[in-house]
Design a binder for this molecule. Structure first.
Ligand SMILES: *[C@@H]1O[C@H](CO)[C@@H](O)[C@H](O)[C@H]1NC(C)=O
Ligand SMILES: *[C@@H]1O[C@H](CO)[C@@H](O)[C@H](O)[C@H]1NC(C)=O
Ligand SMILES: *[C@@H]1O[C@H](CO)[C@@H](O)[C@H](O)[C@H]1NC(C)=O
Ligand SMILES: *[C@@H]1O[C@H](CO)[C@@H](O)[C@H](O)[C@H]1NC(C)=O
Ligand SMILES: *[C@@H]1O[C@H](CO)[C@@H](O)[C@H](O)[C@H]1NC(C)=O
Ligand SMILES: *[C@@H]1O[C@H](CO)[C@@H](O)[C@H](O)[C@H]1NC(C)=O
Length: 239
């Protein structure tokens, strides 16, 4: 009798467990992409000016994205709880204002809200909102892309161009893992100014983002193995 009821209890417990897993709706993902962006490129390709006339000259956080190897656009906008500004307590807020600003429109809280609701909700079983932002900040501090590139003499320049591997190599040397670079094409030229660009910029692309990949728990750095987010065999400008 006792055995039977405990078995029933176990089965019931397991059913509840399954329900819990499915109802969190934060689906599944394989790994994380931690994306840092170069603000001048955001502002260069944007169709209107950024809020600050001179964009920051350091890599800042774009986001921490739970990702799926077989389905590049997923997951997103999961069923986790929506962003709550009050969970970004003052000390965390001052850290995020430096590391994760909204370089385009200037409303940092709004940027954090959009990133959490689109991406953070999909991994909320592993990282709650506070942990999600704290972990991202730690990653940013631990892997200072601006500094890694500077040490390799890769500094912003309007004329010098780089190959994909020029930029990847020093990052790989420091992290021991393969990162991913993402580029933006040169913005289409305003009419009548076709000849005004330096020739180095004519057939080139701008470095926009550096992606580091992390395991399912967002703790261990792993190789990124997605195909390059820059056009092949095209020079890269870091400016
Ligand atoms: C999220 O929850 C809503 C309402 O409970 C449901 O209709 C929807 O299918 C869920 N979406 C996902 C991705 O689980
Ligand atoms: C990845 O996406 C595919 C296709 O949507 C889905 O079938 C699969 O369950 C997902 N895998 C993980 C680990 O999220
Ligand atoms: C900034 O974004 C937050 C969150 O979306 C919003 O509540 C607030 O009103 C916005 N502030 C301004 C000045 O637009
Ligand atoms: C990152 O490196 C840059 C360039 O060396 C430096 O100015 C900046 O203070 C560093 N940031 C942090 C958080 O250490
Ligand atoms: C860059 O070089 C400085 C000075 O040699 C060193 O202290 C720092 O650790 C280096 N940073 C990286 C990311 O290698
Ligand atoms: C990337 O690595 C994962 C895990 O090792 C593997 O499942 C996936 O097929 C790889 N994708 C590509 C494009 O190599």
């Amino acid at each position: 009798m006792l055995k039977l009821s405990s078995l029933a209890f176990l089965v019931l417990g397991f059913a509840f467990f399954l329900c819990f897993i499915m109802s969190t709706g934060d689906g599944s993902y394989d790994y994380f992409q931690f994306v840092q962006q170069w603000p001048p490129t955001n502002c260069r390709v944007r169709n209107k000016p950024c809020s600050k006339p001179r964009p920051l000259q350091i890599f800042t956080i774009h986001g921490l994205w739970p990702s799926n190897y077989s389905n590049p656009t997923m997951p997103s906008n999961c069923n986790g709880s929506q962003f709550e500004a009050k969970k970004v307590y003052p000390r965390l807020q001052s850290k995020l204002k430096i590391s994760w600003p909204d370089v385009e429109s200037g409303n940092d809280t709004n940027f954090w809200e959009r990133e959490w609701n689109k991406h953070g909700t999909c991994s909320s079983r592993i990282l709650n909102q506070m942990q999600y932002f704290e972990r991202s900040y730690e990653m940013w501090r631990s892997y200072n892309i601006t500094n890694i590139l500077k040490n390799a003499s890769i500094v912003p320049s309007a004329t010098q161009t780089w190959t994909y591997s020029d930029i990847v190599s020093p990052i790989k040397a420091v992290t021991q893992r393969t990162p991913l670079l993402r580029c933006k094409s040169h913005p289409t030229k305003p009419k009548g100014q076709a000849k005004s660009q330096p020739t180095s910029q004519a057939n080139s692309q701008f470095l926009h983002e550096v992606v580091l990949c992390f395991d399912y728990n967002a703790l261990i750095l792993i190789d990124c193995n997605r195909t390059a987010g820059c056009r092949n065999q095209v020079d890269i400008l870091f400016a």
